[in-house]
Design a protein around this ligand. Structure first.
Ligand code: FAD
Length: 402
């Protein structure tokens, strides 16, 4: 089948925080680079789920004047709560006793979807070509095996796979470098990791499932700027997980639950545990009388530092959660995804200008705060399995406390 083909310096797959930061940084480094970004959702942000507590560290570096650019980052965290839930009671744990990584001073409660929409505007102002509604469906390779680009999905196929009258073949997008920024378990990223054995010698990757609901709650229950997390009921002490509730602007709360998919009980239904959690008196009293206005679920990549694959290969780079840069103890992956994209952009710029190997990505990553942050967080999640974490200790001995 003959396909239309377009050539760019850099083709980016995915319009989340990592892909958009790659695009912005590339154009900041060299406004003459031709950069395009494909997003499978109908608009940027439409497939972004996280109800987000956002650390601005990467954004401060990428767009230091973000406060003057009408960014959707308005609600500063003003108060934090951590509750241990028993079946009917709860105990508030002083947040200063939590490890520093789990504290949220100086962070903001945001809609990550809105942040991505705004980042896309910044990217477009710099000349990045953004194509929403175009899923990259296949990887193209050069004869020497290096990545050449991608093909977008064919349009106008019926449910049996036959071409309809409206059929249009996908387009080939060819890049000197292709950046894969599809998020957790990106289907092209998975193929690359296998083909180039990028995870050789690394720990197996780990995943979780995260649910999020946006609620509009009664004024009397709303405390703008409050970040609340819970551990304990309804999960047992062998299941890694907990809840979040972030009080955003406009009487909205982002309420969600994250459960590690390494749970032992085969009958456990993460979705039903989340629904059960909402019936706890400490939670019910906040959302009662309110209205759920949207909801969704998404996988999280939880393996962290030990499971991080090699992030470069001939002709391409992996960034963000497509590789696995989420900091699990923080449950934050937005700033880390952004930083990985910025490092990828510096790598590509030097590759294109000075003919340096794409493998310099690794060293640049090693010398960045991102590496330090993920390295420092590396043992927190594994410690849950060893039962050494104080939360597990507390949960096991909860009858003494609650
Ligand atoms: C429930 C939950 C709560 C979270 N809470 C927080 C939090 O409070 N703070 C925080 O910092 N982080 C949080 N995270 C993590 C954060 O959302 C991610 O780490 C971050 O979004 C990763 O960015 P990314 O750009 O790598 O991937 P994503 O944000 O997943 O973006 C990937 C984009 O690529 C697109 N895409 C995928 N495949 C293709 C394809 N083949 N072709 C074209 N487009 C494609 C997707 O539609 C998507 O828009 C949370 C995550 C979840 C699930």
């Amino acid at each position: 089948m003959s396909r239309e083909s377009m050539e760019y310096d850099v083709v980016i797959i995915g319009g989340g925080p990592s892909g958009l930061s790659t695009a912005i940084k590339l154009k900041q480094l060299d406004p003459n680079l031709n950069v395009c970004l494909l997003e499978k959702a109908s608009e940027i942000g439409a497939h972004i789920l996280s109800g987000n507590v956002f650390e601005t560290r990467a954004l401060d570096e990428l767009l230091p004047n973000w406060r003057e650019l009408n960014s959707p980052i308005k609600t500063k965290v003003t108060k934090e709560k951590f509750l241990f839930l028993g079946k009917t009671k709860s105990l508030s744990w002083p947040t200063w006793l939590l490890p520093a990584v789990q504290q949220n001073h100086e962070n903001y409660i945001i809609s990550l979807a809105n942040l991505c929409r705004w980042l896309a505007e910044q990217a477009e102002n710099l000349g990045v070509e953004i194509f929403p509604g175009f899923p990259a469906s296949e990887i193209l390779y050069n004869e020497d095996g290096s990545v050449k680009g991608v093909v977008t999905q064919d349009m106008g196929i019926d449910k049996d796979g036959n071409k309809k009258d409206s059929f249009e073949p996908g387009i080939e997008l060819l890049g000197k470098v292709t950046v894969f920024a599809e998020g957790c378990r990106g289907h092209l990223g998975k193929q690359l990791i296998e083909k180039f054995e990028l995870n050789k010698g690394k720990d197996p990757q780990q995943y979780g499932i995260g649910f999020k609901e946006i609620w509009e709650i009664e004024d009397k229950n709303h405390e703008e700027g409050l970040v609340m997390h819970t551990a304990g009921w309804p999960l047992d002490n062998n299941t890694y997980g907990g809840s979040f509730m972030y009080h955003a602007e406009n009487k909205q709360v982002f309420l969600g639950y994250v459960i590690g998919l390494d749970y032992k009980n085969p009958h456990l239904s993460p979705y039903d545990e989340f629904q059960r959690f909402k019936t706890h008196p400490a939670i019910k009293k906040i959302i009662e009388g309110g209205k759920r206005i949207s909801y969704g679920a998404r996988a999280l990549i939880e393996g962290g530092f030990q499971s991080l694959p090699k992030m470069f290969m001939p002709g391409a780079l992996l960034v963000g959660c497509d590789a696995g840069t989420l900091n699990m103890p923080k449950i934050k992956g937005s700033h880390t995804a952004m930083k990985s994209g910025m490092i990828a952009a510096e790598t590509i710029n030097e590759h294109l200008k000075e003919n340096k190997e794409l493998s310099i990505y690794e060293n640049k990553f090693k010398n960045s705060w991102l590496h330090k942050e993920l390295y420092e967080a590396r043992n927190v999640k594994p410690s849950f399995s060893w039962g050494a974490n104080f939360r597990n200790y507390f949960y096991r001995n909860r009858s003494n406390f609650i």
